[in-house]
Write a protein that binds this ligand. Structure first.
Ligand code: 13P
Length: 252
């Protein structure tokens, strides 16, 4: 079963609206000849509708970086899945390690957010990954197992049809320390077999597993060449369209 690679840019808390629109337009232009690779950018909530409107006729897709799982109500400062969908997004990043680390995101809130994304027709990108000390303590697989099984608890296969998994070792995020090809291969193989055990072989074969953590134009080809790696979730190197395009065109 073939999986179309997804190269996604997580812009985190960067760029004002006009700056985001300018980068998105530049990127869309650079991507005009791209085929067989999906490209997505996730600007801030404030920039999202502006960016979506500015590149709506292009192949570049839009994602949000988070959502709140309630549909609506008295939740000051929060944004729902329906609002994100209506603003022009197709994807939503859920459970990023920065949200787990700084905003008390738990596997149980992650699960509720995935549910809400699915109900609104957004494709969830579930982020998982171990910290440096968890890896040193040989707890990597234990942590990943828990994040996957608790984050995806209670869902049927049909609900998870558009799920994307993103393995982002916390120690490799924004540090310039990329996981080695062997480390990434080992974890992605493991995740592929976990999805098979938890759900089914078909599901495991169809689900894209991205790698994230200091991906850049220099290491993209090696990382993307790993069998069970189906794309990348890129932070810093996605902020500049000319740099990001060199990751997107890793095979050229
Ligand atoms: P960097 O590419 O800046 O390491 O960030 C990765 C990331 O967190 C993407 O979600």
């Amino acid at each position: 079963m073939s999986r179309i690679p997804l190269i996604a840019g997580n812009w985190k808390m960067h760029k004002t609206g006009p700056e985001a629109v300018e980068t998105a337009r530049d990127l869309a232009q650079l991507c005009s000849d791209i085929q067989d690779i999906e490209v997505m950018i996730a600007p801030t909530f404030l920039s999202l509708p502006l960016v979506a409107a500015s590149i709506e006729d292009t192949s570049v897709k839009i994602g949000a970086q988070n959502l709140y799982f309630e549909k609506q109500g008295a939740f000051t400062g929060e944004v729902s899945a329906d609002m994100i969908k209506a603003a022009g997004a197709q994807y939503v990043i859920i459970g990023h390690s920065e949200r787990r680390q700084y905003f008390d995101e738990t596997d149980s809130s992650v699960c509720k957010k995935i549910n809400s994304a699915i109900k609104s027709g957004l494709k969830p990108i579930l982020c998982i990954g171990e910290t440096e000390s968890q890896r040193a303590d040989e707890k990597t697989f234990l942590i990943l197992d828990k994040q996957v099984s608790d984050g995806l608890k209670g869902f049927g296969l049909d609900e998870l049809a558009h799920l994307v998994l993103a393995y982002e070792p916390v120690w490799a995020i924004g540090t310039g320390k990329t996981a080695s090809v062997d480390q990434v291969r080992q974890v992605h193989q493991y995740l592929r077999s976990s999805l098979e055990k938890l759900f089914s072989k078909d599901f495991s074969n169809q689900t894209r597993i991205l790698y994230g953590g200091s991906v850049n134009p220099e290491n993209a080809k090696d990382l993307m060449g790993i069998e069970d790696v189906d794309g990348a979730l890129v932070g810093g190197a996605s902020l500049d369209a000319n740099e990001f395009i060199n990751i997107i065109k890793y095979n050229k």
